[in-house]
Write a protein that binds this ligand. Structure first.
Ligand code: C5P
Length: 220
């Protein structure tokens, strides 16, 4: 039924974690596997889209039939996504972007000392919010992981970032954990309306996401 409904549509997908280096060998990161983003990229490709997949460090191999750009830090992710998004009609931000990076990145390995260590962190830019700030005609989709008040918080996030919708999941819920092959998400719109989807494979979540996002593309 979906066939080639994204033919001629450029889709940018971000995936995986970011790494925020403290020194050349240590970083702050998170356990994002990249599977959700890779599934979105694969599904979009199969529906005819021109796909750019920008991914943080994950153990997944490149997907054929698209441009795969590997980055490490949030700042690198930002540069790659903003560049690729310029002539895109859809951006799906599945990346688990680190909220903070080190205020100063040491160029030499930090020696161990027998004292407490304080690290200064500064906030990373919010890429989705930046895209939302100059939205143009683009369809913008985000993900959010919440431990409580999920729908309210995700709706507020969608509003603040000017995203068309956010797929909300809960880290604690069975079938939603980092790294799994399934996901149980709730689609949340900025107006607070939501739809809970059943537990599905990440590829099926990706297909539904694209079906919802495709409805928002300008006709033509
Ligand atoms: O605010 P929060 O991190 O929960 O928002 C999650 C959504 O925003 C995801 O789609 C994520 O990729 C995106 N995001 C971003 N830049 C950040 C943080 C999150 O684009 N610095």
């Amino acid at each position: 039924p979906r066939d080639q409904d994204l033919l001629g549509v450029k889709v940018v997908v971000s995936a995986g974690p970011t790494r925020e280096y403290l020194d050349p060998v240590r970083f702050i990161s998170n356990p994002s596997s990249g599977k959700m983003g890779f599934a979105v990229a694969q599904a979009a490709r199969d529906r005819g889209a021109e796909v750019v997949l920008v991914t943080g460090p994950v153990s997944l191999p490149d997907l054929p039939g698209m441009r795969v750009q590997r980055i490490e830090s949030a700042l690198e992710l930002r540069a790659a996504v903003l560049e690729a998004a310029q002539d895109a009609q859809m951006v799906v931000m599945t990346a688990a972007v680190a909220d903070y990076r080190a205020a100063d990145q040491l160029t030499e390995k930090q020696a161990k000392v027998a004292q407490d260590l304080t690290i200064s962190l500064v906030p990373n830019p919010d890429i989705l919010a930046e895209l939302g700030g100059s939205k143009g005609g683009r369809v913008l989709v985000g993900f959010a992981m919440e431990t409580h008040a999920g729908v309210e918080r995700a709706a507020a996030k969608a509003q603040r970032k000017n995203a068309d919708f956010i797929l909300l999941n809960y880290p604690t819920q069975e079938g939603s954990a980092f790294g799994g092959d399934d996901n149980q998400v709730t689609l949340v719109r900025p107006d607070g309306t939501s739809e809970a989807w059943p537990r599905l494979s990440k590829l099926e979540v990706a297909q539904r996401l694209l079906t919802e996002a495709a409805k928002l593309l300008p006709a033509g």
